[in-house]
Design a protein around this ligand. Sequence first.
Ligand code: SF4
Length: 210
Amino acid sequence: MKRKKWSDYLWLVELTYLCLGMFNILFAWLGMIFFTLPLAIAVFGGGKAYCNRYCGRGQLLDLLGEKLHLSRHRVPPAFLRSKWFRYGFLLFFMTMFGLMLRNTYLVFAGAPLKKVITLLWVFKLPWQWAQVDLVAPWAAQFAFGFFSVMLTSTMLGLVTMLLFRPRTWCVYCPMGTMTQGICQLRNGKEMSQHGGTCKTGSGTSETACK
Ligand code: SF4
């Protein structure tokens, strides 16, 4: 039997993050690690190592879908894999992220703090009990916005895990698409410089360089 490594338990980090965010919204800031680390690894030549080894969300989806048999294991619809959908979803996601940053700036400039979690960019859940007195209102607003993004992407991941394959989210995950793009850019650059191939790491069928 294959011996487990510490990196096989990173799904616990993802689960802990979601629980901590429910307990205190300010923990949402920790999610910046999940946002910046995959990009940094890809930019500095690690390819898709984050997706292949260190992503707690991917592991959690695998665990729920494979080990707990919650996934129907159906082939995801072809449009989900298409370039236009993946890049279109990335554009949409980044636009929403930009709007979230704008709201943060507005609170920084004096607008009132909105204690609300927005699910699927539409449904607003009041989150009045959140204790945010420790930080500036703009920092709290960012936490509300960022946790909304994290919960929304988790929900999408869970729904597509249930309906299709466990890691269907990885097909159109914005972080996966961005690291994929970086990986391809680096490949192209190294190939044009050295006439060879660049090491990008292997991966699952959903996360390997497409
Ligand atoms: S594609 Fe997204 S969810 Fe999947 S392993 Fe990569 S970063 Fe994680």
